[in-house]
Design a protein around this ligand. Structure first.
Ligand code: KG4
Ligand code: ZN
Length: 317
């Protein structure tokens, strides 16, 4: 079964074709990121206007890359929520148009769950995927930080979530405080690698007996540390970036492993833009291994927003 998926929840315009919920035949992404960077964040009005310009071309390129025509497609899928309303509207309207014109089903998809589905995709038909359900799902993106108990693709139980900022949002805000630019996650990740290893004490608020997170306090702690020590002779911005990143990743790792132990799960799948973070990829795998828990990350290209995860998940509905 061939599903063509469309993703327009934030600044990306994505279209992908996935066979039988597993094999990626094409995956095209156009981003308007450079139009937003000088504002330090995504401007919804700009994002949706660019998506209107991109969508036709992106869908056609996706068909061309897969060497298929619209007649070959069995069903369409589109990100329904969450996302920027104007951006979602572009993708949903386009997908509805295709579905009506070609008289083929349209499957609405939840963006957050789709991020986790990236772990079940491959570009190689012969590859055997190790990942299996049930498992714990960790979503770490620019808008969400959720821990799920996933029993089946239709049965996601939310165990915990952030009570304030999402983890990617905290990375972006701290990068702004440090004067690094936007998007901040990859810039902090890179800067932290130049740290001397000196750990500045910064802590995430903890909620005992809960899988919830809070990333807003630590962001303010970075701001005050910079105000108080930014002009000190031995101040090192890379050490501050490193300490912030380490504390956040330790918290995520601790809660995710606790969720596994409580639900007696031996595997974790990770999704969302922050899944690209090198510290998270290393720490979580090592910490989990000590408890005999296996962690799966999608390939880098499927960590951030893409339509393959949308077309893939749709196969199960
Ligand atoms: O999943 P995504 O592409 O969009 C949303 O659905 O939000 O995630 C974007 C987020 C941004 O906040 C970005 O700073 C963060 O992912 N990000 C990273 C890294 N790469 C992207 N955060 C930390 N380290 C990275 N290497
Ligand atoms: Zn996303």
């Amino acid at each position: 079964m061939l599903i063509l998926g469309i993703e327009t929840s934030c600044d990306e315009t994505g279209c992908a074709i996935v066979e039988n919920g597993r094999t990626i035949l094409s995956n095209i992404i156009a981003s308007s990121l450079k139009d937003h960077s000088r504002y330090g964040g995504v401007i919804p009005e700009i994002a949706s206007r660019r998506q209107l310009e991109f969508i036709n071309v992106v869908v056609q390129e996706s068909l061309d890359q897969a060497k298929l025509s619209l007649d070959d497609i069995d069903a369409f899928a589109v990100t329904q929520n969450p996302g920027l309303i104007g951006s979602l509207l572009v993708g949903i309207s386009f997908a509805q148009g295709l579905s009506l014109a070609l008289n083929k089903p349209l499957i609405p998809i939840d963006h957050i769950r789709a991020h986790l589905y990236s772990n079940f995709l491959t570009s190689n038909v012969n590859e055997t995927l190790e990942v299996k359900l049930p498992c714990i799902g960790l979503v770490v993106s620019g808008g969400h930080s959720n821990i799920y108990h996933i029993k089946s693709f239709e049965n996601f139980k939310l165990l915990g979530q952030t009570r304030d900022d999402a983890v990617g949002e905290a990375f972006d805000k701290v990068a702004k405080i440090l004067g690094l630019g936007y998007p901040g996650g990859p810039l902090i990740d890179k800067l932290a690698q130049q740290s001397t290893g000196k750990r500045i004490p910064l802590k995430c608020s903890a909620f005992p007996d809960s899988f919830d997170f809070s990333f807003s306090g630590i962001k303010t702690a970075v701001l005050y540390y910079l105000k108080d020590h930014g002009t000190d002779k031995d101040f090192n911005k890379a050490d501050l970036a490193f300490s912030f990143q380490e504390s956040i990743i330790e918290e995520i790792s601790r809660k995710t492993i606790a969720a596994c132990l409580t639900t007696k799960n031996k595997s974790v799948i990770v999704g969302g833009g922050v899944a690209a973070n090198s510290c998270l990829r290393k720490h979580l795998v090592n910490d989990a291994a000590r408890q005999d828990i296996k962690v799966f990350f999608p390939p880098m290209v499927l960590c951030t927003d893409n339509a393959a995860m949308v077309a893939g998940l749709a196969y199960h509905f």
